[in-house]
Design a protein around this ligand. Structure first.
Ligand SMILES: [Mg+2]
Length: 396
């Protein structure tokens, strides 16, 4: 079997509604083969900036377009292809946005392999999840929607009770903006949601180290599962001081894309939880290496996720493949490019957990109505010969 085509699919919602949470556009990638097997993946980054990296013709010996790298390869040789993608793209920039392109392609390869072997991805990845086979726990990631704090808590309550989540996270406003308000808000959320819901807080890099220590200590009595990103990701010494000064678990790393960065966050920053996103760090292949590295150091791995159900499926399957991933972030977005992009939904069951199905690959199919409605043609970014240059070239 050989890869014959790598197709970027750009989607955009023209009418943007509040809150703006990053799901206003999207870049998917489809890998096709000569035997009819296909895989789908998602790339998290600006679609117009990143899709040319897939389709560009080979511009140099050591940097190539991703379609050029993949076509002709056997899609089942995933780790070999991963190394090849890394080798021929590192001069575009190590990690960062290029790593998100590799992530989407690697995800699509795992989806395709699952369809070929007729197995769900988590099983191909080893199915070493901490619960029963294929069982994962999502947490509702409540983006600050609603004009007042009352609305935010009411919305969260609605999601938790009507959709059956047993864990929820609040973002900034007021977390990470006003500590006194935040403390009041968290106390109220704890009262209204009850002791049985695991509560998490995302401070979005709001603090300097001493303030983070004092805020973390102030929330200790409220039984918070983790405090996320209180400090800038580069502030490793600050993370170490903070982690050693509070009983609250400290989580960080959603924006990191490289394994050595996570290793530094653990070894120097002493965090309790890292948050790699499968579609940022290099797909399930590299995510699993990072999670295993964390496991060997006694650190939990709870993936970040704020794109569509394809992103979510990739994270759920990966989380279900390692023993140190107790939760997966589940975005609460109102954009049609989030929950409606696939025909399948990933909502918690009665016990608050998701049992992944036996459907092969990621177990998702694209919602054709949504794709047709929001698809944008960006096929015109190829080099065009300058006619003047051409006539000069042909006249000599
Ligand atoms: Mg976050």
């Amino acid at each position: 079997m050989k890869i014959t085509k790598v197709e970027p699919i750009v989607l955009r919602v023209p009418e943007i509604t509040e809150p703006v949470d990053g799901n206003e556009d999207d870049l998917l990638v489809r890998i096709e083969t000569d035997e009819g097997f296909e895989g789908i993946g998602e790339i998290d980054g600006p679609p117009l900036a990143l899709s040319p990296f897939i389709r560009t013709v080979q511009p140099g010996t050591w940097w190539r377009g991703f379609e050029d790298i993949l076509v002709g390869e056997n899609p089942l040789e995933i780790e070999r292809i991963w190394e090849k993608m890394h080798r021929y793209s590192y001069l575009y920039g190590m990690g960062g946005l290029i790593r998100t392109v590799i992530s989407g392609l690697d995800t699509a390869l795992w989806d395709l392999a699952g369809k070929y072997y007729k197995q769900p991805v988590y099983r191909l990845l080893g199915a070493a999840g901490r619960r029963a086979s294929g069982v994962v726990t999502p947490y509702a990631s409540i983006f600050p929607f609603g004009p007042t704090e009352d609305d935010v808590i009411a919305n969260c309550k609605r999601w938790v009770t009507s959709r059956g989540y047993i864990a929820a996270k609040f973002h900034n406003h007021p977390i990470g903006t006003d500590d006194k308000k935040a403390l009041k808000f968290v106390k109220r959320a704890r009262d209204e949601l009850g002791e049985d819901v695991a509560l998490m807080l995302d401070a979005a890099f709001h603090f300097e180290t001493p303030e983070a220590i004092s805020f973390a200590r102030s929330i200790e009595p409220l039984n918070i599962y983790f405090l996320e990103s209180p400090l800038h990701p580069d502030n490793l010494n600050g993370y170490a001081k903070l982690s050693q000064s509070t009983t609250v678990q400290i989580a960080s790393g959603e924006e990191l894309t490289m394994r050595p960065q996570f290793e530094a966050l653990i070894d120097r920053g002493k965090v309790d939880i890292i948050q790699p996103d499968v579609i940022w760090v290099g797909g399930p292949t590299e995510w699993k290496r990072i999670a295993r590295m964390a496991h060997s150091k006694g650190v939990l791995c709870i993936p970040h996720c704020y794109r569509s159900n394809i992103n979510l499926a990739a994270n759920l399957h990966s989380s279900a493949s390692v023993p140190n991933s107790p939760y997966v972030e589940s975005p609460i977005s109102t954009s049609p490019l989030c929950k409606d992009l696939t025909n399948e939904k990933f909502e918690p069951g009665r016990d608050g957990r998701i049992q992944l199905s036996d459907r092969p690959g990621l177990g998702v199919t694209l919602n054709k109505k949504i794709i047709d409605k929001y698809w944008v043609d960006v096929s015109d970014f190829r080099y065009r010969d300058n006619p003047k240059r051409r006539s000069r070239a042909t006249s000599t």
